[in-house]
Design a protein around this ligand. Structure first.
Ligand code: 13P
Length: 247
């Protein structure tokens, strides 16, 4: 299994930000892990042009479940693919919170992504109050059961465990807590898709930085990271890519 360092730029970045991508590619032309950046949709096509013939892959942060139609402001998987995206992040907690996305909606989008031959990165994670109430495994178990596509394989699905309370806060679970969740997720995936589960990358996300990446990447069943803030700067994301390549 090749590990995956994925960056989620969220609602950040204009054309000027592509200088960071040039710097990243200059510093890390051939990492041994996979390297993916998911910029806002407005930058996918330009970033994909920059990344052509490089080790960098480009993805999107959301999509509509339908192939086309009267859905003002939405973007279909075919459009993202046409722009150069190979992956789509789905069910990020910010979309679940800001846009009320349900597991069923996330699954419908994931099915569309997989049907189009792209990779779905399905995000799950508990809130702080759910963790405090001892519900972490129950919550993420039910999210994974409800959100992954029916035809999930090691090639078309990546799972990202992102505790909501760790996103953008500088706080992370302990390594033992990350280990518990990732091992639980591997087992849950086995129950859902059998042997394919062994090859599904399970990423950790939430305040991953160069300073904690090496420790997190040593945790069993952590197959990479989904990085927010630290993916905006070539130096920080590059250091995380290097840590994963060395893991
Ligand atoms: P931060 O790395 O900024 O905490 O964000 C994590 C995240 O939400 C990635 O999708």
């Amino acid at each position: 299994m090749k590990k995956l360092a994925a960056g989620n730029w969220k609602m950040n970045g204009t054309k000027a930000s592509l200088a960071e991508v040039e710097a990243l590619l200059a510093a890390h032309p051939g990492p041994t892990c996979e390297m993916l950046l998911c910029p806002p949709a407005t930058l996918i096509s330009q970033m994909a042009a920059l990344a052509a013939d490089s080790a960098l892959m480009v993805g999107a942060q959301d999509c509509h479940a339908k192939p086309q139609g009267a859905h003002t402001g939405d973007i279909s998987v075919a459009m993202l693919k046409d722009a150069g995206a190979s992956h789509v992040i789905l069910g990020h907690s910010e979309r679940r919170t800001d846009h009320g996305e349900t597991d069923a909606q996330v699954r419908a989008k994931a099915e569309a992504v997989v049907d189009a031959g792209l990779v779905a990165i399905v995000c799950i994670g508990e809130t702080e109050s759910e963790r405090d109430a001892g519900q972490t495994l129950a919550v993420i178990g039910s999210q994974i059961d409800g959100s992954i596509p029916m035809a999930a394989t090691a090639a078309n699905l990546v799972v990202a465990y992102e505790p909501v309370w760790a996103i953008g806060t500088g706080r992370t679970p302990t390594l033992a807590e990350i280990a518990e969740v990732h091992s639980f997720l591997r087992g849950r995936l086995r129950g859902l898709i059998g042997e394919e589960a062994e090859g599904v990358r399970i990423l950790y996300g939430g305040s991953v930085k160069p300073s904690n990446a090496t420790d997190i990447f040593a945790v069993p069943h952590v197959d990479g990271a989904l990085v927010g803030g630290a993916s905006l700067k070539a130096a920080d994301f590059g250091a995380i890519v290097a840590a994963l390549s060395a893991a």
